[in-house]
Design a protein around this ligand. Sequence first.
Ligand code: SF4
Ligand code: SF4
Length: 176
Amino acid sequence: MKEVLKFGSMGDSTNLCLSCGLCCDGTLIGFVQLNREELPGLRELLNVEEATNDGVLIQPCNRYCGGCTIYSDRPKQCASYDCELLKSLQRKELDYTSAIETVEVAKQRKSAIEEKLALLQIKLQSQSFYFKMTELKKLYQKNEHELSSTPEFKELIADIKQLDSLLSERFGVTVF
Ligand code: SF4
Ligand code: SF4
């Protein structure tokens, strides 16, 4: 979540996040927790869902557009979040090209999964990929979907597990 449109040095970390956006577009994260103190300033900027004492920003974020368009006003949780891929780059455990390749592979696998969901006409209620995976996992575990026993469904689940494995190993996040 280090996307910078308004200011900031364009180092490898910033460039990686600008090319990625997976923690803002609803792929890796389902929601961002907002503190009560932040709410007055963020209500006007974000699609905030409020509870008694706090609120959440449900992903995909309405302020993500190839980067964070409210960078200097973004929620505290956004400002403090660094995925493991970004940390590995910052620690120089991997180079920029490898990090970008990982992002591209993750995006390609995600797109392939979305295409299969559409092809199989599997209707899920959630907006974000993250919560779609939560929905699908419940159906899978309960063996409830009408397609559950088909080879196509099993192939879809295998693809999701492959993506999840990549996200876990490289980004430190699981979605399924
Ligand atoms: S998922 Fe990681 S690399 Fe991608 S935008 Fe978020 S912090 Fe940056
Ligand atoms: S406010 Fe900015 S950093 Fe936070 S989720 Fe939205 S686009 Fe990403």
